[in-house]
Design a binder for this molecule. Structure first.
Ligand code: MG
Length: 166
């Protein structure tokens, strides 16, 4: 059963699988045994966090209001042009990425530059306005990827080697 958040994303043209494919591409170089299932699970876990949902609701609402021409100026014009110096879309998306620490931030910057998969599709000019959603998806993929990285059991070896574990 897709969650409400998953349905909202699907309405805007983004599936969990689209996001999981990006997560997979980010993490498979470090973990050859990684499966798509782990990636979809990680995306869903990040999506279940309330602070992540609030960020998504806010960004998607602004995209939808812009599509309907209902934002006050100059915001409406900025959103229609997808003005590259606007930057609030990236700032908002960091609210998702930050949930899993600093390594999410580097992945977010990389995804913003390279725009793989669904991020590129959302970025293309069409009848929809996705000023926020392309960055929110990058933030979501970066967070889900960082979450997988932090679960790597090898990361504990420094602590286990140097401290008595109770
Ligand atoms: Mg954007």
């Amino acid at each position: 059963m897709p969650s409400e958040m998953e349905k909202r994303l699907l309405d805007r043209g983004v599936s969990i699988n689209d996001v999981a494919e990006i997560v997979y591409s980010l993490q498979v170089p470090y973990n050859a045994d990684l499966t798509m299932m782990e990636c979809t699970d990680s995306v869903r876990t990040v999506l279940a966090k309330r602070e992540v949902q609030y960020v998504l609701f806010t960004g998607i609402a602004l995209d939808e209001l812009a599509e309907r021409g209902e934002l006050p100026q100059p915001l409406q014009a900025i959103m229609e042009a997808d003005e590259s110096l606007y930057g609030v879309d990236e700032t908002l998306a960091l609210g998702i990425t930050n949930v899993y620490g600093m390594i999410g931030l580097t992945s977010f910057g990389y995804l913003d530059k390279v725009k793989p998969g669904i991020i590129r599709k959302l970025n293309e000019k069409g009848k929809h306005i996705h000023v926020f959603l392309d960055d929110l998806v990058a933030g979501l993929a970066a967070a889900a990827s960082a979450r997988i990285a932090h679960q790597d059991p090898k990361a504990n070896r420094y602590i286990e080697a140097n401290f008595d574990t109770p």
